[in-house]
Design a protein around this ligand. Structure first.
Ligand code: GMT
Length: 375
């Protein structure tokens, strides 16, 4: 098939999933055309069958805001003709689905270009449901030939919020278990901790929804009972407040901010526990990546996280903001070697069995086939 994939290039789960899907589809022999305003960071290496199309919104003195949606629609039309695209897959509804719809309409007289939308979370829960964008998001979701959500929780929430006429199909995120795997690296671990100390890890874009200050609060409680260190990777608007809180609590020596990191697959295995106390999380791809590296997760029970993390089996869940309970779970687990080993093993097993790349890429492929064959 000739497949178009539209995504954001930056550090964020939706761009990661779209890029990984593009790579996997390319390896299966499909010709995949990726559209974004810069090369997605997970597509930095050459992949046969994966082609990148940079979308450049024109800058003209009249424009206060460059018209990205129009530039994207125009680029899709151009490539659809050149590369004979058969389907366009928009990751993150706003504004990608509207641009894909516009391209489809522009091509209507000459070719069919069905649109599949994958909703990732904040496109629905934050941006799309904003009153300003509500109608356009609802319209473009209803006009899509197919809609998927990365968790049951997101499918149900979006169906209710947007009064959708059909329930989106749930196709969960996946992880490349060959790349995300446990790796022993004592010398690297030694750079961040002393012998006998545990390492807790958090990775995010540090936006308010991630509750990074809760990460620091959980760590402060854990460290009172278990000698440990906290690593944080990623950057965003709440990094400074988190660093300030760590300093106020006298933890600056124990907390290390690594900044933005491209190769997180090498960072996860350094950790004993992963913390994800988000206010909302449609899926929590980082939690899955941690699990694949055999790292149990302590998270909030928000959104789709309970679909990824099994309570008491691959990690622990607690209500949003309940840092006491999250810390208690962490201390209990880090203090019981046997229970820890079992949970770490189960975390990897669940990641490999339930979220393996192959069946999930199969599900997308099958959906492309279905919408192509529906007149
Ligand atoms: O979490 C973010 O702020 C980034 C966001 C994105 O759009 O990249 O992540 C969303 O999509 C990911 C991939 O499907 C999910 O794993 C994240 O849970 C989801 N984030 C939220 O729902 C807050």
């Amino acid at each position: 098939m000739n497949i178009g994939i539209v995504c954001y290039p930056s550090y964020g789960g939706s761009g990661v999933v779209a890029s990984e899907l593009a790579r996997q589809l390319g390896r299966r022999g499909h010709r995949v055309h990726v559209f974004s305003y810069e090369t997605p960071f997970r597509l930095a290496h050459f992949e046969a069958n994966v082609f990148f199309h940079e979308v450049e919104a024109p800058d003209y003195p009249l424009f206060r805001f460059p018209p990205y949606l129009l530039a994207l629609a125009a680029k899709i039309v151009e490539v659809a003709r050149e590369a004979d695209l058969q389907v366009i897959h928009a990751h993150y509804a706003v504004p990608h689905t509207a641009a894909a719809y516009l391209a489809k309409q522009m091509l209507a007289g000459e070719r069919r270009l069905p649109v599949l939308t994958t909703m990732h979370g904040t496109d629905i829960t934050l941006v799309g449901s904003d009153p300003q964008f509500y109608e356009v998001t609802r319209f473009s979701l209803e006009a899509s030939d197919g809609v998927t959500a990365v968790s049951r929780s997101l499918a149900e929430e979006s169906a209710e919020t947007f009064r959708l006429s059909r329930l989106p199909r749930v196709i969960p995120n996946f992880v490349d278990a060959d790349e995300y795997r446990p790796r022993k690296n004592p010398s690297l671990r030694g750079c961040f901790s002393r012998p006998g100390e545990k390492i807790l890890l958090h990775i995010s874009n540090m936006r308010p929804v991630k509750r990074v200050e809760d990460v620091i609060r959980i760590f402060a409680r854990v460290h009172e009972q278990v000698p440990s260190r906290l690593l944080l990777a990623g950057d965003g608007p709440d990094r400074l407040a988190a660093a300030h809180l760590a300093e106020t609590l006298g933890l600056q020596e124990r907390v290390c901010f690594l900044g933005r990191q491209d190769n997180v697959a090498e960072i996860f295995p350094l950790a004993d526990l992963f913390l994800l106390p988000s206010a909302k999380e449609s899926f929590g791809l980082v939690a899955l990546e941690a699990m694949a590296c055999q790292v149990p997760v302590i998270a909030s029970d928000a959104g789709g996280l309970p679909e990824v993390i099994e309570q008491g089996v691959t990690g622990y869940l607690a209500p949003v903001g309940d840092v006491e309970t999250m810390a208690r779970y962490a201390v209990r687990l880090l203090s019981d070697e046997q229970a820890y080993a079992a949970m770490a093993r189960q975390a990897r097993e669940r990641a490999v069995q339930r979220f393996h790349t192959d069946p999930i890429v199969d599900a997308y492929e099958a959906y492309y086939g279905e919408i192509l064959n529906t007149p």
